[in-house]
Design a protein around this ligand. Sequence first.
Ligand code: GLY
Length: 366
Amino acid sequence: MQPQSKLVVEHSAGECPIYIDSGWLPGIADAIGRSTPRCAVITDANVEKLYAAEFFQSLNQQSSQCVLLTIAPGESSKSLDTAIDLYQQLLSAGIDRQSTIVALGGGVVGDLAGFVAATWQRGIRLIQVPTSLLAQVDSSVGGKTGVNLPSAKNVVGAFWQPQEVYIDTKLAGTLPDVEYTSGLAEVVKYGAILDDHLFASLESRVEQLNRRDPQVLVDIVLRCCQLKASVVKRDERETTGQRAILNYGHTFGHAIESVFGYGKYPHGHAVSIGMMAAARLAQAMGRVDEDFVERQCNLLTALQIPTRFPAERHAEVIEVMKHDKKAIDGHPRFVLPRGMGHGELVEGVSPDKIADAMQRSAGGSK
Ligand code: GLY
């Protein structure tokens, strides 16, 4: 079966094709099975219940030597302990340097399985099959892999590009609301910092997005992957500041996740709240006008994504931001918009302005 859309991510070690369609999971398994004689499919218990049997059956019709390794769902599995469990299972299953790891799941599975692929036997082939919207538009593309420490997100990891990415947007269409809207927050992010046309097209397609129209999802996921591919091509290892732009809302967002405990705020919701604080910060610095802040707030709200900063624990959030990966000598850096569709990495922001932006975004605990 030929997927509806295809694009290519160019990177330092070659090219990674991304195939996108709706309702073609068995076709994905079939294509992977044909090119992959031995593999370990890493998934989580939720995805296993929904899709693993169908996926595994189609895979095994082509490829007889695949094992299924299942982790517990949730951010707490993105740890070195879980990676060690997986290494033991790869050893028992005879997964060698000619084998492939297939990540079948959302962002946690993709980041963890990618990290395991990057480190197992000094690196083996990786295929991403992202099942959440967030993973489809962001984390499965571009080669970032890693695990968390209890006190800091994504601080242990490696760049390891997948061989291929296969996206079935129908899977995103069946997610629980909280996970779907978490992915939509990352979609809005692309519009706000990289593509004003995308932003406007989201504004005009709120109703279709809220009912998860499959064709609209194929179009939107394709556009987000194109934007990400162009950023990765220019700054694969995040050394020039261009890739860091994709972290709009993430300085505040990661700190919220860390202070309130991973899982209380799903990643995309924390990013949404972070984007509102960043937009207000940008407004206070004269980079955007009130209209920008309102448009962003209205779109996120129409898509049923939270926007209000938790009213308590601001001091702790500020403290955590000092240790953000983008911080220099304890001074957080922020991705801030300059007009719709243009983000920039900004340093030297005054602590008063940061606190004020959080204050002005506050109200309501969730
Ligand atoms: N999620 C941000 C990046 O891949 O660079």
